[in-house]
Ligand binder design. Structure first.
Ligand code: ADP
Ligand code: TRP
Length: 333
């Protein structure tokens, strides 16, 4: 049977952090074994926030190295840079003709961004979900592994795909669905500042590229309280976040040990943080070393990007040709 297609992407706006890794990239690595996978770097999307050319270029190279260092194998999955596949932006232009101002303005991420950057509410921000839909449907993706924050964008992609199919009376695009490898809900990696989510824009991220000293410093600074006063007390959010992180990176025995200390009001958060920092470091150190070595190998990175671009363009141009034929953009010569 033909393998189903998986696609996902991340904007190159900095280093990948533990949230990106456990929420998304780790799933990419697992999925590449069983699916026809496309993982890309959304450089055009990141232009909505006006990075400097130097930062954009460095960000693209960084994410490429990080994808590979995390275990995405360019022999198994197609890794590419969005701007290397111009068919995507061509499909985006066509899809824009059937994307309505009202629905785009109502998108939560647009409203949020418009609030965050009131001086830069550009058209690219408004049509962000259209470009994302083009990314997905240009490869006729069946599954899109992303975190919960991307749910609405994915819903919009389904809406645009369905609208196209209906308008032209042809089943050109399958409906792209969210996906997690283990069938569970996407995990949300919490921040260490006592708040909800670890994120670049939240400024609370521990990066995969973080050096051990800096990991220790960030973890030791995590928000805690003066400790439980009653046996088996419910954990307040900042404390629960520490435990959730430990659940993600540490051995079950380690987690149990600190759970027990907490429940018996004997916990010392300093000891727990030290352990958590070391467990994060043992996760990130090997990845960090690989990133450093890959960043020193421009030739290899260029080779991967070129091969990925070729494979992605082959798949993308097949779909774009079909779309053009369907809408009536046909050659006169
Ligand atoms: P950020 O929020 O740091 O800007 P992105 O929006 O670039 O991260 O997210 C890239 C991918 O990583 C998306 O699929 C997103 O859902 C996932 N992701 C980001 N932060 C987390 C988190 N804290 N927990 C789980 N998944 C996350
Ligand atoms: N919007 C996604 C994010 O911010 C990045 C992205 C762009 C994406 N195009 C995509 C994710 C297509 C999945 C599929 O994380």
């Amino acid at each position: 049977m033909r393998k189903q297609t998986v696609l996902s992407g991340i904007r190159p706006t900095g280093y990948l952090h533990l949230g990106n890794y456990f929420g998304a990239v780790r799933n990419f690595v697992k999925m590449q074994e069983d699916y026809n996978c496309f993982f890309f770097i959304a450089d055009i999307h990141s232009l909505t926030t006006h990075p400097t050319p130097e930062n954009l270029q460095a960000g693209v190279k960084q994410v490429l190295a990080e994808y590979i260092a995390c275990g995405i194998d360019p022999e198994k999955a197609t890794i590419y840079i969005q701007s290397d596949v111009p068919e995507v932006t061509e499909l985006y232009t066509i899809l824009n003709m059937n994307a309505y101002l009202g629905e785009l303005e109502r998108t939560t991420s647009f409203k949020e961004k418009a609030r965050q950057q009131p001086d830069n509410v550009n058209a690219g921000l408004l049509t962000y979900p259209v470009l994302m839909a083009a990314d997905i449907i240009i490869h006729k993706a069946n599954f899109v592994p992303v975190g919960k924050d991307q749910e609405q964008n994915l819903e919009m992609a389904r809406k645009f795909a369905k609208r196209f199919n209906r308008m032209y009376g042809k089943k050109v695009f399958p409906m792209p669905r969210p996906y997690t490898f283990d069938g569970k809900d996407m995990i949300k990696v919490p921040g260490l500042d006592g708040s909800g989510k670890m994120g670049k824009s939240e400024g609370n991220a521990i990066n995969l590229f973080e050096d051990p000293k800096s990991v220790r410093k960030k973890v030791m600074r995590a928000v805690t309280d003066s400790g439980p006063t009653e046996m088996n007390q419910k954990k307040p959010e900042p404390i629960q976040n520490l435990f959730t992180l430990m659940e993600i990176v540490s051995k079950p025995e380690t987690l149990n040990h600190f759970e027990e200390l907490y429940n018996n009001c004997k916990i010392g958060y300093g000891d727990m943080k030290k352990q958590l920092a070391e467990d994060i470091i043992s996760y990130t150190s090997p990845i960090r070393e690989k990133i450093i070595s890959l960043l020193g190998n421009n030739e290899y990175l260029a080779k991967v990007a070129k091969a990925g671009a070729e494979k992605a363009r082959e798949s993308a141009s097949a779909t774009l040709n079909e779309v053009k034929e369907v809408v009536g953009i046909r050659k006169l010569y």
